[in-house]
Design a protein. Structure first.
Length: 250
């Protein structure tokens, strides 16, 4: 696996365009159960953090809509938004017969400006590490939530992901800095060949950004893949791959 640092300008180019390229493959991998991390860690991890009896939930960066569909079990209505036109189209097709799910091809900033609805929860599953403007993203996310409502999600683990990808000892890597990185999007069992954006940030930078964007209490978790699942899938984890959060709007 290879990864290399890129400029902010290049990062902005990849932020949406790369997901247009990878969307169809992403849908195929999820439908074909070729992402053990999603099935056994990410999806159950986020759903376990959802508040009970939600009236409405917004899935920010919903991608191809597979998790958006899952969220309908936790809320009366779900809105999924994604800036990737291809991802949004695939998501819309996936949930087209479900009346309580709406998919929109917009950014979170566009949505927050044009919608006055205040949601009971927001989800950003594997999104923040692909966002160039973290502060702008979180400020907009906060505007879509009622007071006390949580933003729930997960990112690649800031400490262990660089080790997993093998660039933690590279001369250009500095854990304490924000670094824009180009690397292939892949799962434990599938490679796409498509270069996507990854933004490295230390956990302290995420926590400061939550605080500065209108969120109060922040809870975090570092779940491991269960040994039984590792044996079943053949995927080996020595350290957590993801960092989960639940941040409550002040």
């Amino acid at each position: 696996m290879t990864a290399n640092p890129i400029s902010k300008t290049r990062a902005q180019e990849l932020e949406v365009a790369a997901w247009d390229l990878v969307a169809q493959r992403r849908a195929q991998d999820l439908d074909g159960d070729r992402d053990p991390s999603y099935r056994y860690v990410l999806a159950p991890g986020v759903t376990s953090l959802m508040p009970p009896n939600c009236g409405s939930v917004i899935d920010i960066g919903c991608g191809v809509g597979r998790f958006t569909k899952t969220l309908r079990s936790f809320a009366k209505s779900v809105v999924g938004i994604d800036p990737s036109a291809v991802s949004a189209r695939i998501a819309s097709q996936h949930v087209m017969r479900l009346s309580n799910i709406q998919i929109q091809n917009v950014t979170i900033s566009q949505y927050a400006l044009s919608n006055a609805v205040k949601h009971d929860a927001a989800v950003a599953l594997m999104v923040l590490q692909d966002v160039v403007d973290l502060s702008g993203f979180l400020h907009a996310s906060a505007r879509t939530l009622r007071e006390g409502a949580p933003l729930i999600g997960a990112v690649t683990h800031p400490r262990h992901w660089p080790e997993y990808w093998g660039y933690s000892q590279s001369p250009w890597f500095d854990y304490e800095k924000e670094i824009y990185i180009q690397s292939e999007f892949r799962t434990s069992l599938s490679a796409t060949g498509v270069k996507t954006l990854h933004v490295h940030r230390p956990t302290s930078m995420y926590l400061d950004a939550f605080s500065d964007s209108g969120f109060g209490k922040v809870e975090t978790w570092e779940p491991m893949m269960e040994p039984s699942v590792q044996r079943l899938t053949g995927v080996k984890w020595k350290k957590p791959h993801f960092w989960f959060f639940r941040a409550h709007k002040k």
